[in-house]
Design a protein. Structure first.
Length: 189
């Protein structure tokens, strides 16, 4: 509770609104549970249901309207890891079955080989699946990443400072759409 109070005191903007929604719902829930001490069982059930409904509604508003904890990123990562886990389990099981049933290898060698193959596939598979998930569900981030990578590739061959500055301004305006943009360059003679 103390950490949330300190976080609320230091917060501003959307983070403060998120915390207000959650704090209001938690307050209602506490009041309902304290009031349920003196009420009969039928009223207690209704009050507790209303309190939990209030908490769920406040959480939904904080998540959906104010992007609580960047939930879209959490969902994207979760989806990617679920897909990668499923694929790796399938590859592992397939390799173990192939080695033991088809090729007739016995012992721990087939299991160890399947484990090594699955471990070697993890990183490239995770990056490809994450790109596919981002491309499908998080289009703005994917487009921005592609824009930044293209800018970095153009920057490697750039020698003219004015063209770099103009290209940087163009990329920043496309990616972030700021209301104001300026570049400060120190000129050394």
């Amino acid at each position: 509770m103390a950490a949330l109070v300190v976080r609320f005191a230091k917060s501003s903007g959307d983070e403060r609104l998120q915390l207000k929604w959650c704090a209001a719902a938690a307050f209602v829930l506490v009041v309902v549970f304290v009031a349920s001490i003196w009420a009969n069982s039928a009223v207690v059930n209704v009050l507790q249901s209303m309190g939990f409904l209030c908490l769920w509604t406040a959480t939904a508003v904080a998540v959906l309207k104010y992007r609580l904890y960047e939930i879209d990123r959490v969902i994207s990562r979760t989806l990617a890891y679920v897909i990668v886990t499923g694929l790796l389990v399938g590859v592992y099981a397939g390799l173990v079955l192939l080695a033991t049933e088809v090729l007739r290898f016995r012992g721990t060698v087939s299991v160890a080989a399947a484990t090594l193959v699955a471990a070697a596939l993890f990183s490239p598979l995770r990056s490809r699946v994450q790109r596919a998930v981002d491309r499908r569900f998080n289009r703005a981030r994917y487009d921005t990443d592609q824009m930044v990578m293209a800018f970095a590739a153009r920057l490697k061959n750039a020698v003219d400072l004015d063209s770099v500055r103009n290209d940087l301004a163009s990329v920043v305006h496309q990616a972030l759409e700021p209301t104001h943009f300026s570049v400060w360059i120190s000129r050394r003679d």
